[in-house]
Ligand binder design. Sequence first.
Ligand code: A3P
Ligand code: MG
Ligand code: MG
Length: 369
Amino acid sequence: MEQSIHPDSNIYKFPIHPFKRFNKKCVEFKQPVEITCFSYDENRQLHMDDRESRYYYPPNLEDCNLSVGYENLIQKSEGPEPIHSLLDALIHLNETKGDEVKADIVSWRGIFTKLLCTPYNRNESWEFGATLYNVSIHETEQTRLYREGSTPKAKLMGYWGYKFEALCTIGVPATEIQSPDDPELLARKNTIVNTNIQYCSVSKTSLGKNRLIMGAEVDCLIDFNPPYPENPINRYIELKTTKILKNERDNFLFERYKLIKFWAQSFLIGLPKIIVGFRDDDGNLCSLKEIKTLEIPRMVRGKDKMWDAVICLNFLNEFFEWLRRVIDIEDANSSYVISFKEPYQEIEVTFCHNKNPVLADRHLKSFGK
Ligand code: A3P
Ligand code: MG
Ligand code: MG
């Protein structure tokens, strides 16, 4: 750490304005490299392998209502994802391969995504906790209210995204599919959606001088003909659903508010391709579009009231540099709360001293200073 502060110090603030300080040469972002992966099975048991990875196979658009099977949905317990499984994966990597983890910040990709979009998402509050070696998400009042007060329609719409994943993926490489009646293809129509199941990739990268490790859920992959690319991330595909775009205004809202998130989510782990499923208001899947992650910033560049990927990246780099100067955690009973809330002018960092260790003993043994 370049600078330490007394633990009893007050609140530290990182202003979002003036915006133009981020409008300069883009900070270097290294191509992310996968270092390990893990899976959660249907019972939410953790496995240090890729058993839950799925292959992409285009859905049959003629018969695609995303509400089908909603009544059978099996949903994992809600609330923020603890960081423990990601740290367990890093320990496992060290124990099995002797690879040592060198990073300044370890967290879920979802957190980095929120941070990266912050300059342009000035009405979404968030709160993260930072402790020795990691940043994890806290539930804010806004997200709790959203989750608990969510309407039946909003819950159903949440299901559409998962159902789209089920309809776009199979358990074997696409090259093994012989005909449209292949049992793998027929089975996916009736798959019971279980959100416990996840395949996660862990990658390392750096943004300027900030070394990052991210855990990210990956929806599916494509089977290249051998030889496979060395970095498995090149094979990954992100699936997203969105409303069909009927007019200029829909188009603007999609590019301004959705594309930035699509880009940030996939760019951060170097994932090259996003398949977008456009659906109508009743959840019927109408069309598909393939978007290359790296082409997204160019799709919106120069357009009025849009966003700029360079500003997002420079912002994140400078925020991380500042955060690492402000935060100096010596023990696992200390943590910081990092929050962004109304009136959305600055990010606040507050020191806390928790009575109970934030990390489990096994993590302290492996990562503790
Ligand atoms: P869509 O993004 O297509 O709507 P992901 O795309 O990140 O893999 O997430 C898969 C799906 O999980 C999402 O699909 C959405 O349906 C659901 N989901 C993810 N985050 C959510 C959130 N914060 N609230 C509600 N649903 C969410
Ligand atoms: Mg996903
Ligand atoms: Mg997805």
